[in-house]
Design a binder for this molecule. Structure first.
Ligand SMILES: NC(=O)C1=CN([C@@H]2O[C@H](COP(=O)(O)OP(=O)(O)OC[C@H]3O[C@@H](n4cnc5c(N)ncnc54)[C@H](O)[C@@H]3O)[C@@H](O)[C@H]2O)[C@@H](O)CC1
Ligand SMILES: Nc1ncnc2c1ncn2[C@@H]1O[C@H](COP(=O)(O)OP(=O)(O)OP(=O)(O)O)[C@@H](O)[C@H]1O
Ligand SMILES: [Mg+2]
Length: 329
């Protein structure tokens, strides 16, 4: 069959597009490999010279009448990634429930006490990083207390991961986080849209996820943003990274809590090791990439074993081997 000039031109275009696409894909894979090496560089060695606490004392702020699972998932994930101590600051009612899930967690029933800010502030000098929001709920009194805790933590320069209802709080009061570069925000699809619309006063351009995350980070004064989804998109307002580590199609609740708890530890490690270990690359991006890759790998491994019945508890059981597979070489 004769092939017309128009069809030849279409074919040529297709070849160029295919090559460009392959180049982009190859570049994305190369970026992922390089970033994996940076994550490996921040992992502290296990030696006989260390004392308890040195590899991370992480605080989770969350746990309320409705939600006890989320803060537990975040806190136990921090321990399983390699933190030495994991604290949960929750409401009085939630505390015995969370304690009963695990004897490994230190649980403070203070979040709804009259001096909640003072009670948490006492512990801040001993904490390396805070994760604010898993299972916090949206009660105004609790959110008011958490506002005070955020302010006290910022005054001390503590690195903060903000997730779930912590994102709800900052969406209502953007000045709480504006310009605080030691924060990482981990919104899911809906949390991202809410936050982005509040900050940029425009609907999100869903066709350009990288641009949307970059713009949000820039508008917040270079606070690092991790938009979770089919690919996780991460930006510090200067660079954009993507994590497309193979996970699965199982989307049970709690996977984001595993991510935010893991991120608390990795963030402490990344900041502690110093810029020479991350080749001058943002420690916030390295930590965020590490937590995303780890969560997705846990999801992949758990799904191989449990299929549709996979739950976050199954994923948490995979943290040790997923971590070894990705980062211990
Ligand atoms: N076992 C537990 O205690 C759990 C408690 N959780 C807590 O539940 C509270 C509310 O969190 P939510 O995440 O439900 O937040 P929201 O209450 O803002 O709800 C977000 C909604 O968006 C939906 N959604 C998520 N991703 C989407 C996507 N890609 N496209 C369209 N819709 C999407 C979800 O199904 C959810 O209904 C938080 O405190 C959170 O930490 C969750 O972490 C899940 C586990
Ligand atoms: N469509 C998807 N394909 C693959 N992985 C995904 C997909 N959506 C989310 N993930 C992964 O699942 C993890 C949690 O993201 P998710 O959007 O479920 O968070 P979340 O809604 O905050 O979870 P949680 O139920 O803990 O609140 C992230 O590591 C993300 O990469
Ligand atoms: Mg969540």
């Amino acid at each position: 069959m004769a092939v017309g000039p128009c069809w030849v031109a279409v074919r040529a275009c297709q070849r160029v597009l295919k090559r460009t696409f392959s180049l982009h894909k190859a570049q994305a894979i190369k970026d992922m490999e390089n970033t994996f090496q940076l994550v490996r560089n921040i992992i502290p060695p296990l030696t006989t010279k260390k004392h308890k606490g040195q590899d991370g004392r992480i605080g989770i702020v969350g746990g309320s009448q409705e939600y006890t699972g989320a803060p537990y998932f975040a806190a136990i994930s921090a321990l399983k990634v390699g933190a030495d101590l994991s604290h949960v600051f929750c409401t009085r009612e939630a505390a015995p429930v969370i304690k009963s899930y695990s004897p490994e967690l230190i649980v403070h029933p203070v979040l709804d006490s009259p001096d909640a800010v003072g009670e948490v502030e006492k512990w801040l000098p001993r904490l390396h990083a805070l994760v604010v929001g898993p299972g916090l709920g949206r009660d105004d009194v609790l959110l008011g207390n958490v506002k005070g805790i955020l302010e006290a933590s910022k005054a001390r320069g503590i690195p903060i991961v903000i997730d779930a209802d912590g994102l709800w709080l900052i969406t209502q009061q953007l000045t709480l986080i504006q310009g605080y570069r030691k924060a990482i925000l981990t919104p899911n699809h809906v949390e991202f849209s809410r936050l982005s619309e509040a900050v940029l006063r425009d609907p999100v351009d869903s066709g350009d996820r990288r641009g949307a995350v970059l713009r949000l980070s820039q508008a917040l004064g270079n606070v690092t943003v991790v938009q979770k989804g089919e690919q996780d998109v991460i930006s510090d307002g200067e660079q954009v990274l993507e994590c497309s580590q193979l996970g699965s199609n199982r989307r049970c609740g709690g996977q984001g809590d595993l991510l935010s708890g893991s991120l608390g530890v990795l963030l402490h490690w990344a900041l502690h090791t110093g810029p020479e270990k991350t080749n001058g690359f943002s420690p916030f991006l390295v930590a965020a990439f590490g937590a995303c890759a780890l969560t997705r790998q846990c999801n992949h491994q758990a799904f191989q074993k449990h299929g549709r019945s996979t739950t976050t508890t199954d994923m948490i059981a995979e943290i040790g081997s997923a971590f070894n597979r990705l980062f211990e070489t």
